[in-house]
Design a protein around this ligand. Structure first.
Ligand SMILES: Cc1cc2nc3c(=O)[nH]c(=O)nc-3n(C[C@H](O)[C@H](O)[C@H](O)COP(=O)(O)OP(=O)(O)OC[C@H]3O[C@@H](n4cnc5c(N)ncnc54)[C@H](O)[C@@H]3O)c2cc1C
Ligand code: FES
Ligand code: FES
Length: 1335
């Protein structure tokens, strides 16, 4: 028995005596080994930021297995005898880059870089297993990785170069290698964003070897281990008897194999399991036995190994024998991500017994045989149990007893007359848990379609996997045909009811899915019967057949077109060229430092928050005694530590509190904070703080409830009017009244909010903060500490994404951290866990619009009266400004001569909602796109024609009196229609829809017009500071923050051109309030515009000072000039400043000014296919043409467009925040909140930058790009709506139907009404309390 943990990390041996069984590999790497390249994004296996490679020797197979795993779920104790490779272990900028790092960086696949190490390691692990993987291998490798910035395309483009598919018979002459893409770029355009021929080749012989010590000594596998802390003991037995004895001694002990269930329970449900048993060295649990009947898998065999062997046998054995195998691998493809499947076992899935387990329906329908063992009366007892009726005895319980261990599972071969199929429907196809899944196992009488017996199992319909024995009985002896389907559908509806308030919500959808999934199975099996000649080939109508299929990720096709720089532009001038993100290589090697990567300091403590567990209540007791009693807990902070004035904060209005004072206004509001020695302890102590409440009412969560209670912020409603709306509506040929609604969106920056505060002198504070607005943090820290601002410095080196979420909400973390540091006189740190971040920091604003529109017979809009409501949450934050932008953007690209826009900021009991890329603009334009489609539908014209009819023209005025200059929307539209082959696709789609009953396609065009400037006048200013040093190197500082958007890269490019030096001479270290003061937030897309101009201003000053020196030394070089300037005592430091001119419109006080400096425009066309039975969808293609002036850096700008599109696509189709009726956020992690993943990119994704459209109003004729393309993501939503309309048309239903965004699979399915949805008796809203509501 050993108590010493031994493993290797990046080739170095690590020996740990008595390791902590609660410590994860991630914490160990980051905290103990200071290997901070591996990131924490979620702690629940859902984002892949923590991916590392674990290698272990499989002695039985004499093979070293390299597995990508999630370090956040891997217990460090499980690493005994393993070699761990992190991103730091494969290459570095100081030594040699690994090709995996280099290609990702140079292909522009890293923006904020927080996801990058995880993606690098997923790819690296793949290459360690397959030197030349296929594109399908890539698809699988990245199922468990998320990126919120890039839109994934550049990552895949970079990594495609490693694949079989990329290797082309043309060798060096290949168009992919020599740089000319296969597409045909026009003369003035370029289509090459990176130079593939520069990539270093992959040389597998250079990879680090598996540590010989681990190979040589069997002791690493044969040792029994026990590791203990004061709370938990970890056992690693090596013999079955030892395992069973332990389980007999500690029946409540948890077996830990992949830890993908137990780890989540411990972290998020705060379960404490005093005994953990790791059985992965017990041979009986790892056994794989093949027999003529089938295959037996030991319970601890990983899902990936099961998948691999089953796939092999499917290739080799007759199809009729492998139907269960096929059904299993189909299911496993969509089971979690690869990192989870690499370690998770089937035994863990069965024994957890989750009602939405993916394998339990398959195994239950198959009646799988399980082997179980226990240690009773001094001996091993074995028994066999069958899955199926009676196996599950309750929520997460089954017939296997606590002292027993599951040994293994039999997978039987199928017989020729047996068919087994399974389907899973989730929010997102890849790496998501099921909403409902189903497995159907049917055996027919020999060579017939008469059902001999059938077993149907469903997940997601009850607290356990359930079977439908009554319906099965009804089917016995019946013919497998459409009449049977009708009866089965009715029977399933009654046999599998779901209470209207059942957990999980989506009641109608889930019930519809049961029938729909059965019907899909019916279609799939019927096709097989017809293929084998058992039923006639016309048993299924041709248009029904595609209903049997599911979507598969298409292999990406893409093109990026941009303007070529002039041939006479100097080679060293980087403007207009696709330069790599300045920090990309550091990000790809894990060297880039984010806030929480800053080394721990002497005396540092961690701050954890006590959060409100009520939506609205009075605090009647606040007692931290129990928490403070724990050793290592130092102090508790609450509102009592501040004066009333100090406690009142907010970005504009001081209407919120650092700590709740007397009352809480939402779930997740910060009530207090505990400072303790480390994170785990601080969080545990925070849970011990006793807060008692007295509930207050009413609790207002939704916009509708706010309207009912007239719960608006003061001064609302506000109106903007133009012309005479009443009169125009009265005179219109037609009027139409409509509403539309859209939900919020979680920012899901990969790096959560983080702050580190360090006291300097007794009256100075230095803050390192993940904020888009360092000056505001500085100002408010000064406010809460009562220090003047010059004693507080706030620094932001880089952020792992922000998207608006770190514009104003950073204060929630920064202020308590700063206060604690100041009061305690020691460094204090906090980086929110993902669930805390999602709960505390607010989202994009949900919006409701009610409109009345008047128009002519031709579809020309003459008037619009529109009401805009946003859900602000409990404090104002920036909600007034978000609303204003929505009110100014609702008309999108359409000229409406008579307008009245009303706006209401709704006050609710939700965390304060905040800025999010687009800032109300997308919500407003969403209403405009509904209006244009309503008009087109009513006048019976093509949407595109009605768009053209209504488009603004150059010289027109908006409803806020801004004249449009050089308005390019028609050009964008025509280019985009051509690029997307719009007319051809319309014909193809119409044909497809005629030929398919259960699959439909839709296409939508969406234009966008986005106003560039902060709505608040004074923010439209920026500063810069340039210091030139004696060696000629230049340190540039500006007021913007590098959030991943490439701002620093662009600023370096601007300074390089302005100073006439290569970009390599220029460095940007950080954004800091002591370098450039009074900065504006990095937001509103104007980062490059305003900071770029400030940088130019500083460069001009320096150029003026250097001019005489250059004149005197015309043949000198930069270094010589700088040297001379220094000795001539010329200042080599200059500040720059910029204030955006001509803006600040106010109808009364400044009517001639513009609201926005200019507009960024674009058009997108998306084609989407939906599965009418499940509501699933796939974007087949997206084409975008954007006018972004003369791009400063096409690689970065195209990256912004693609990333914004994908974020918009998520907003409008996929990302759904789930709240309880009391306003508690359920969706607090990637498990429940689904961002688009790699597999969600459009199958064909083309982006073009409009050429020949320089912008006179921004730096080097460029245009702002960060936010404007986001709205184009809605093209997928409107295309889905078209596809649903086609499905409804088949049923004779109206094309005027409500569809709220996001158009989730649930909403799509329910909108596609058909004979199955008619069977559902759905209780009236209001007659029950739903599980969730939409805010
Ligand atoms: C990000 C993520 C995505 C996921 N996606 C899916 C998904 O798509 N579909 C799905 O079905 N599940 C999913 N899961 C759930 C989980 O991965 C699976 O249930 C997995 O099979 C559990 O295996 P494990 O080895 O990690 O279990 P562990 O966490 O190690 O153990 C789980 C439980 O099983 C018990 N146990 C394990 N082995 C035995 C045994 N031999 N005898 C008795 N008891 C045993 C343990 O005591 C424990 O209670 C997901 C989980 C995560 C974190
Ligand atoms: S941090 Fe491990 S998967 Fe997200
Ligand atoms: S670059 Fe992927 S999350 Fe930012």
């Amino acid at each position: 028995m050993s108590a010493v943990l031994v493993f290797f990390v990046n080739g170095k041996k690590v020996t740990e005596v008595s390791p902590d069984p609660e410590c994860t590999l991630l914490t160990y790497l980051r905290e103990r080994l200071r290997l901070c390249g591996t990131k924490l994004g979620c702690a629940e296996g859902g984002c892949g930021a923590c991916t590392v490679m674990v290698s272990r020797l499989d002695r039985r197979a004499s093979k070293i297995r390299h597995l990508a795993v999630n370090a956040c779920l891997t217990p460090v104790c499980a690493m005994h005898g393993c070699a761990v490779t992190t991103v730091e272990g494969i290459g570095s900028t100081k030594t040699r880059l690994h090709p995996v790092q280099e290609r990702l960086a140079k292909a522009h696949g890293s923006q904020c870089g927080f996801c990058t190490p995880g993606i690098v390691m997923s790819m690296y692990a793949l290459l360690r297993n397959a030197e030349q993987p296929s594109m399908r291998d890539l698809e699988v490798a990245f199922q468990g990785n998320l990126c919120r910035c890039t839109g994934y395309r550049p990552i895949l483009e970079g990594y495609k170069t490693f694949t079989k598919e990329f290797a082309c018979g043309m060798g060096d002459k290949c168009c992919k290698v020599n740089g000319k893409g296969c597409g045909s770029a026009l003369d003035d355009t370029d289509d090459k964003l990176f130079e593939r021929s520069e990539f270093q080749p992959l040389d597998p012989s250079q990879e680090p070897i598996f540590p010989p010590e681990l190979q040589l000594s069997e002791a690493f596998d044969s040792q029994s281990l026990v590791f203990s802390s004061d709370r938990v003991t970890w056992y690693r037995p090596t013999k079955l008897e030892e395992l069973l004895q332990l389980k007999a001694q500690h029946p409540s002990a948890k077996l830990v194999v992949g830890n993908t269930e137990v780890g989540v329970e411990v972290k998020f449900k705060h379960f404490l399991y005093p005994h953990l048993i790791n059985p992965t060295q017990v041979q009986e649990l790892l056994e794989v036995r093949e027999s003529p009947d089938g295959i037996y898998f030991g319970a601890a065999v990983s899902l990936m190994e099961i998948d691999a062997l089953l796939r092999q046998r499917i290739e080799e054995l007759p199809e009729s024998e492998t139907r269960l195998f096929q059904c299993t691998v189909d299911m496993l493809h969509y089971f979690a991500g690869k990192q989870i499947r690499n370690v998770a076992c089937l035994g863990g899935n069965i024994m957890t017994g989750s009602p939405i387990s993916d394998m339990n329906p398959v195994l239950s329908a198959a009646g799988a045989q399980l082997e179980v063992a226990s240690f009773v009366d001094g001996q091993i007892r074995r028994r066999t149990v069958h899955m199926g009726t009676g196996f599950f005895t309750g929520y997460r319980r089954n017939v296997i007893e606590a002292h027993e261990v599951l040994l293994g599972i039999h997978f039987r071969k199928t017989s020729p007359d047996q068919y087994i199929v399974a389907f899973k429907q989730a929010r997102r196809r890849d790496d998501d848990i099921a909403i409902v899944n189903a497995a159907i196992n049917v055996r027919f009488e020999e060579h017939s379609n008469l059902v001999a017996d059938i077993s149907m199992a469903f997940g997601g319909m009850a607290p356990t996997t359930v079977l439908a024995p009554r319906t099965a009985q009804l089917m016995a002896g019946q013919e497998w045909n459409h009449q049977l389907v009708e009866r089965v559908a009715e029977s399933l509806c009654t046999e599998l009811p779901l209470a209207a308030s059942a957990p999980g919500g989506m009641i109608a959808y889930r019930r519809a899915l049961v029938v729909s999934l059965f019907f899909k199975a019916y279609l799939a099996i019927s096709l097989k019967l017809s293929q084998s000649g058992i039923v006639s080939s016309d048993a299924l109508a041709p248009e029904e057949r595609s209903g049997a299929q599911t979507f598969h990720t298409p292999v990406l096709k893409s093109a990026q077109l941009f303007e070529r720089v002039c041939s006479d532009q100097p080679v060293c001038d980087p403007i207009g060229r696709p330069q790599v993100h300045a920090a990309a290589l550091k990000q790809a090697t894990g060297e880039a430092i984010y806030t929480d990567d800053i080394s721990r300091m002497d005396g540092e403590v961690y701050l954890a928050f006590v959060l409100s567990t009520k939506p609205r209540a009075k605090i009647t007791r606040l007692d931290a005694t129990a928490a403070l009693a724990l050793e290592g807990v130092h102090q508790f902070f609450s509102y009592k530590d501040l004066t009333e004035h100090e406690n009142e904060v907010g970005p504009v209005f001081h209407d919120e509190h650092v700590f709740a004072a007397g009352e809480v206004h939402c779930y997740g509001q910060i009530v207090g904070a505990i400072a303790a020695d480390n994170k785990a302890l601080a969080q545990r102590a925070a849970r011990l703080v006793n807060v008692e409440y007295q509930d207050l009412s009413p609790v207002i969560v939704t916009i509708e409830q706010a309207i009912e209670h007239k719960s608006y912020f003061p001064d609302y409603p506000r109106f903007v009017t133009k012309g005479n709306v009443e009169q125009a509506l009265a005179q219109a040929d037609y009027t139409f009244e409509g509403t539309c609604r859209m939900g919020g969106q979680e920012h899901f920056y990969l790096e959560t909010h983080a702050a580190l505060a360090v006291p300097r002198d007794s009256d100075e504070l230095e803050l390192f903060c993940s904020t888009q607005h360092p000056s505001e943090v500085q100002k408010l820290v000064a406010h809460v500490t009562a220090l003047p601002s010059h004693r507080v410095v706030c620094r932001a080196k880089r952020l792992g994404g922000g998207f608006g979420g770190k514009e104003s909400r950073g204060i929630s973390v920064a202020l308590p951290v700063a206060l604690a540091a100041y009061r305690m006189g020691r460094p204090v740190r906090c980086m929110l866990d993902r669930d805390e971040d999602m709960l505390i920091t607010g989202t994009r604003h949900p919006f409701l619009f009610k409109y009345k529109v008047g128009f002519t017979k031709e579809g020309l809009i003459t008037a619009c009266d529109i009401e805009c409501y946003n859900n602000a949450g409990w404090s104002m934050d920036l909600s007034f400004s978000v609303l204003e932008r929505a009110m100014y953007h609702f008309e999108n690209c359409y000229r409406i001569p008579n307008v009245r826009v009303g706006g209401w900021v709704c006050k609710t009991n939700l965390p304060s909602n905040t800025a999010f890329r687009g800032f109300g603009g997308p919500q407003g334009m969403y209403a405009g796109e509904h209006i244009i489609r309503d008009v087109a539908r009513i006048v019976g014209r093509e949407v595109v024609d009605v768009m053209r009819l209504n488009f603004y023209k150059t010289g027109d005025y908006t409803h806020y009196n801004q004249q449009l200059e050089h308005f390019p929307i028609e050009r964008c539209l025509e280019d985009c229609l051509k690029q997307s082959r719009y007319n051809e696709k319309r014909v193809e789609i119409a044909r497809f829809n005629r030929e398919n009953r259960w699959r439909k396609r839709g296409m939508a065009v969406v234009p966008t017009k986005y106003g560039i400037a902060f709505g608040v006048m004074h923010l439209n200013q920026a500063g810069a500071l340039i210091n030139i040093y004696g060696d000629g190197s230049v340190l540039l500082s500006h007021g913007g923050v590098e959030i991943g958007q490439g701002l620093n890269t662009k600023m370096i490019q601007c300074a390089a051109r302005a100073l006439g030096i290569p970009p390599e001479l220029i460095h940007i270290s950080e954004t800091a309030t002591d370098k450039v003061p009074n900065t504006s937030p990095t937001a509103a897309s104007v980062g490059s515009d305003i900071n770029g101009m400030a940088v130019l201003d500083a460069c001009e000053k320096l150029n003026k000072r250097l001019a005489p020196i250059k004149e005197a030394l015309p043949d000198g070089n930069w270094k010589e000039w700088i040297n001379k300037a220094y000795f001539d005592r010329v200042s080599l430091s200059a500040t720059g400043f910029y204030a955006m001119p001509g803006i600040g419109y106010h109808p009364e006080t400044n009517p001639n000014a513009r609201t926005y400096s200019y507009y960024t425009n674009g058009v997108g066309v998306s084609v989407v296919e939906i599965d009418c039975l499940t509501g699933d969808h796939q974007v087949l293609s997206t084409d975008i043409v954007m006018d972004i002036g003369s791009s400063l850096n096409p690689a970065i700008d195209i990256g912004q467009i693609e990333g914004a599109f994908m974020q918009g696509y998520g907003l409008f189709t996929l990302e759904e925040l789930m709240y309880s009726p009391q306003g508690m956020l359920y969706s607090r992690g990637p498990g429940m909140y689904k961002l688009p993943g790699f597999a969600d990119i459009p199958g064909e994704f083309n982006v073009s930058l409009l050429t020949g459209a320089p912008n006179p109003r921004a730096v080097y004729s460029s245009k702002a790009v960060g936010e404007p393309p986001l709205f184009i993501g809605s093209s997928a939503f409107f295309a889905i709506k078209e596809a649903i309309a086609a499905a409804r048309q088949d049923q004779g239903l109206s094309g005027d139907f409500p569809l709220e965004a996001p158009s989730t699979s649930a909403r799509i399915r329910i909108a596609c009404q058909d004979k199955f949805t008619k069977l559902l008796d759905i209780p009236e809203p209001g007659s029950f309390t739903p599980w969730n509501i939409v805010p």
